[in-house]
Ligand binder design. Structure first.
Ligand code: ADP
Ligand code: MG
Length: 671
């Protein structure tokens, strides 16, 4: 069996089903087998309605009196009904699952698996999963439940897996470090377990496999990087001290240490591959400036890639003021740059030493004479291909040094395990004089009383305000206030303030104009979607309101909040919630702490690593099986990877493994 063949090779999957599976990312036989159950239902446990007790229950019955409605304040649909068996009835309710209205035939019986609990004074089943009695095999004690994708519901997927039951035996081995057949057995047992213990053992194997691949990919990346040649950048302490003497401030200890690590890396003839992590406002740009200066003084060229034109322009302004007087020709290259051809000639002939730009840097006709350092700001904003495009602009046979910067901290626990091979510098402290941002959680209805006076005072004191909304336009189905509606409202409530809005559907030039006006204080209140999230620096902005705060992840909220508190003035963040519910733990943690590393650890605990990787590596890696609480498995995987890498020449033998690793290598690489 070739796991990379199309799912159509399997019994019961024709072109139509294959097309449906493909829509959900299941293309190959491997994708199909690795689409693992989310949990298991045990229909043999089914009890009669007369017998049920609070807690997890399975009941079997017909559904009656289905109706649906919308919750008023919250953006939520509610489907309600009654389940009847021959001993009685029980109330059932689903939230945000409006498809339930059409799912049931009144004359058929279904299993309902869910929590029987008290809600608004009445007992009932809340959001149970369901399966038609006619659809499930009751001979299986445990029935897997798969994530439903539209028309492809769990029972349907299970039927397909069942059709291929006898094909599992053909699944080839993958890892050289486990017994033959381990993979095949684990996949079979996770889809068809005889007991929960068996399912857990299967999951452990699959988690091990996943971590093994990831860790191996990281090691191989490092090995490959070490084979490349880079130009050494000789470091001079005196020179850098003279450079620093011109700054209006002293470096923080963390900046000093990080730059030292960078200088050491760049003296080597293997390319630097370093991630500079520092919370918003920790001063990453200055560290990058020092690295750029050292390279340029030694005759090399430097490229700094930023995710937006606004950010590139801000960097250009700051850095050219600093470097140009020292004789380092610095230029800006963004989409709107005029006379690009001329500029590109100067880059090609080496006249320009330091280019700061956006995606416009990546075009094929941007060529360098001796590109020796690539700096990528907010590196998670770029895909692997984009980053590689820039890396390949170095002259033949040489690789540039790479400094990637991010404000999304990788929790330390992840660093040590998966990213054990990454060179990381951390800016773990803020420049002196910063005042911590004061964060409060408020309900929308309290805003006039608690928030408006603050906004009024802020604007009056000549400082600026960000107001973040979830949606651009009003949508009758959503109860969030849109950017446009909020702007209109604020204009009414603060007639003297200069208020504009910004969102991702505006043209780049318009966005740049608005952002430019905000930076130069021609705007007092900027109402915006999360497009302002990345790196912009307007130190005069001291108040940020994040509306519908519950709808954002912790990391994103932290990033957004980091738009304020960037100067020496006291700053405030208001997390606004729509409903009456008590604020989530996410919001409470955010109120408590401004430490990005702490919050990243919390986020990891609350949401698992997938999201964090997503933020770190541009939506790439999604850990499906393993969890970072699997510390024993992680350790075993690391040790085993070390063992097989002792004979690197053997690696070619593991063809399928190497092929799978290549995907992971793309994801775990910095370049
Ligand atoms: P980020 O890490 O978010 O990219 P920046 O590099 O934009 O942060 O720095 C934020 C602000 O702090 C800038 O205005 C910068 O000039 C200032 N800054 C950087 N280093 C120091 C320092 N050591 N002392 C005081 N201010 C600093
Ligand atoms: Mg920055």
């Amino acid at each position: 069996m070739n796991l990379l063949d199309s799912v159509e090779e399997l019994k019961g999957i024709g072109p139509k089903t294959a097309a449906m599976l493909q829509k959900y990312g299941i293309k190959t036989i491997r994708d199909f087998f690795y689409n693992l159950p989310r949990t298991y239902d045990n229909y043999q446990m089914a009890s009669t309605i007369a017998e049920i007790r609070p807690g997890k229950v399975v009941v079997k019955g017909k559904i009656e009196k289905l109706s649906s409605r919308r919750a008023q304040r919250r953006n939520m649909s509610i489907v309600e009904g009654t389940i009847r068996d021959n001993t009685g009835t029980v109330r059932v309710v689903w939230f945000n699952q409006s498809y339930r209205m059409k799912q049931f035939s009144p004359d058929k019986e279904y299993y309902f698996t869910g929590i029987y609990e008290l809600r608004n004074g009445r007992y009932g089943l809340t959001s149970p999963s369901t399966a038609g009695v006619h659809e499930v095999e009751t001979s299986d004690s445990l029935t897997p439940v798969y994530v439903a994708h539209g028309a492809l519901n769990s029972a349907h997927f299970y039927r397909l897996v069942n059709e291929s039951r006898d094909r599992f035996a053909e699944i080839p081995d993958l890892l050289p470090t486990v017994e033959s057949g381990a993979r095949r057995d684990a996949l079979f047992n996770i889809h068809f377990p005889e007991s929960l213990e068996m399912a857990e053992r299967a999951r452990e194997y699959l988690a091990y496999e996943e971590l093994f691949k990831l860790i191996l990919a990281g090691r191989l990346n490092k090995n490959e990087n070490q084979k490349l040649q880079a130009e050494s950048v000789p470091f001079s302490l005196e020179r850098i001290q003279r450079f620093l003497a011109r700054l209006p401030f002293k470096l923080t200890d963390a900046q000093r240490k990080a730059s030292w690590e960078i200088f050491q890396d760049m003296e080597k003839t293997t390319p630097m591959n370093r991630l500079l992590q520092g919370d918003v406002g920790s001063g990453k740009t200055m560290v990058a400036a020092m690295a750029a200066y050292e390279v340029a003084v030694n005759g090399g060229q430097v490229a700094l890639l930023a995710p937006t034109a606004i950010l590139a322009m801000q960097h250009y302004e700051g850095l050219s003021n600093l470097l140009q007087p020292l004789g380092i020709q610095t230029a800006l290259l963004v989409g709107a740059t005029k006379q690009k051809a001329e500029l590109k000639t100067k880059i090609k002939n080496g006249e320009i030493k330091f280019v700061i730009g956006t995606h416009a840097l990546l075009t094929d006709d941007t060529e360098f004479k001796n590109l020796n350092l690539v700096i990528i700001d907010e590196q998670h904003r770029f895909g692997v291909e984009q980053r590689q495009k820039l890396m390949l602009k170095s002259p033949e046979a040489r690789a540039p040094h790479l400094l990637a910067m991010t404000a999304t901290p990788i929790p330390r626990s992840l660093q040590l395990t998966i990213f054990g091979d990454l060179n990381v510098s951390i800016l773990g402290e803020m420049p002196k004089g910063r005042q911590p941002i004061e964060t409060s959680i408020i309900k929308e209805i309290e805003s006039r009383e608690k928030l408006y006076p603050m906004i009024y005072d802020t604007v009056k004191a000549g400082q600026q305000v960000y107001w973040i909304c979830k949606a651009i336009d009003d949508n009758p189905r959503m109860e969030t206030t849109s950017v446009k509606a909020r702007t209109a409202k604020l204009k009414r409530d603060f007639p003297k303030a200069r208020i504009e809005f910004l969102h991702g559907r505006m043209k780049q030039a318009e966005k740049d104009e608005i952002m430019g006006k905000f930076a130069s204080h021609e705007i007092d209140i900027l109402v915006s979607t999360t497009v302002v999230e990345v790196g912009v620096n307007v130190p005069n902005a001291t108040l940020i309101v994040i509306e519908d705060a519950e709808q954002y992840g912790l990391a994103q909220l932290h990033q957004l909040r980091g738009r304020v508190g960037r100067g020496d003035k006291k700053s405030y963040c208001f997390l606004m919630t729509a409903g009456e519910a008590t604020p989530s733990q996410r919001l409470r943690e955010l109120r408590k702490s401004t430490d990005g590393f702490y919050l990243a650890e919390v986020d990891l605990k609350l949401r698992g690593p997938g999201e964090i990787y997503g933020a770190l590596q541009h939506g790439a890696l999604d850990l499906k099986i393993a969890s970072f609480s699997d510390t024993k498995i992680i350790k075993r995987a690391r040790d085993d990877v070390d063992k097989i890498l002792q004979n690197p020449d053997d690696m070619v033998k593991y063809k399928e493994l190497m092929a799978e690793i290549r995907d992971y290598q793309q994801i775990t690489t910095l370049n």
